[in-house]
Ligand binder design. Structure first.
Ligand SMILES: C[S@@+](CC[C@H](N)C(=O)[O-])C[C@H]1O[C@@H](n2cnc3c(N)ncnc32)[C@H](O)[C@@H]1O
Length: 209
C-alpha cells in the first residue's frame, strides 16, 4: 500500500513555493527518505547497463554530463551537444569543453537538437538524454525523430514529465504544449515511466524490451 505525501520546497531562483509530491511506502524504513539526487539516478542507469554510445543534448554547466562521465566505463563514447550562445536563455559556455578534458571518451560539440538526429544511424544510440528546456513539442520531436535511433534495448531520458513541471510559469507564459499531453498520446506505443519529484524526469523505451 502506498500513501501520497508532500512537502513545501523553495525552488532556487524565483523564490516560488512549490508543492513537491512524493509517493512513499507506508512503512518505516531508511529507504523511505523522500529525496534522491538526479545525479544518483543517472549514475545508477549507466552502472546497471553501461552504454556503448551515450548522447546528451543540452549541457549547460555539465551536471548530468559529469554524472555520466563519472559512472560510465572509459569504453563508453559520450557525445554531448549544445547550441551554446545561440540559445535565447541560460546556455552552456564553450569553456565546458575544457572542463571535461580529463575524460577522453567525452566529446563535446556544437549541435542543434532539431538537426542532430540526422547524423546518427538507426539503432545506434544506447542512452540518449535530452534536456533543452523541454516542452511537449520537444518530446514529440524526440519521439518521432530520435526513438528510431535507439538500439533495441536503448533508453531515452528527458527532463520533465510531471504535472507540476507542466505548470512552471514559462510553460504557461509561452503557451507551450504540456509534456503530459504528449506522454498520453504515445503511451500505447512506448513504455514510459516518469519520476515526479521536481523537476521530474521521464524514461522511454521500446515496448518490446
Ligand atoms: C536545462 S539546460 C541543460 C541542463 C543540463 N543537462 C544539466 O544537467 O544541468 C538546457 C541547455 O540546452 C541548450 N539548448 C537549448 N536549445 C537547444 C537545442 N535546440 N539544441 C541543443 N542544445 C540546446 C541550452 O543552451 C542549455 O545549455
Amino acid at each position: 500500500m502506498s500513501i501520497h505525501t508532500y512537502k513545501d520546497k523553495i525552488i532556487a531562483g524565483n523564490g516560488d513555493i512549490k508543492k513537491l509530491y512524493y509517493v512513499q511506502i507506508s512503512m518505516s524504513s531508511s529507504y523511505a527518505h523522500p529525496v534522491i539526487a538526479y545525479n544518483d539516478i543517472f549514475k545508477m542507469i549507466t552502472w546497471f547497463q553501461p552504454p556503448t554510445t551515450l548522447v546528451e543534448i543540452g549541457i549547460l554547466n555539465g551536471y548530468s554530463l559529469r554524472s555520466f562521465a563519472e559512472s560510465c566505463p572509459s569504453t563508453t563514447q559520450i557525445y554531448a551537444y549544445d547550441i551554446f550562445e545561440k540559445f535565447n536563455g541560460n546556455s552552456a559556455s564553450r569553456d565546458i569543453i575544457d572542463k571535461f578534458r580529463e575524460y577522453p571518451n567525452v566529446h563535446i560539440a556544437e549541435g542543434d537538437f532539431y538537426e542532430l538526429y540526422k547524423i546518427y544511424k538507426d539503432k545506434s544510440i544506447d542512452l540518449l538524454h535530452i534536456d533543452i528546456a523541454n516542452d511537449g513539442a520537444v518530446y514529440e520531436f524526440a519521439l518521432e525523430h530520435y526513438m528510431p535511433r535507439l538500439t533495441d534495448r536503448g533508453l531515452l531520458i528527458l527532463e520533465g514529465g510531471s504535472q507540476e513541471r507542466d505548470a512552471v510559469p514559462w510553460m504557461q507564459k509561452y503557451n507551450k504544449v504540456p509534456i503530459r499531453d504528449i506522454l498520453e498520446k504515445y503511451k500505447a506505443t512506448y513504455d514510459i515511466y516518469t519520476i515526479d519529484a521536481f523537476p521530474s524526469i521521464t524514461f522511454i523505451r521500446n515496448k518490446s524490451v
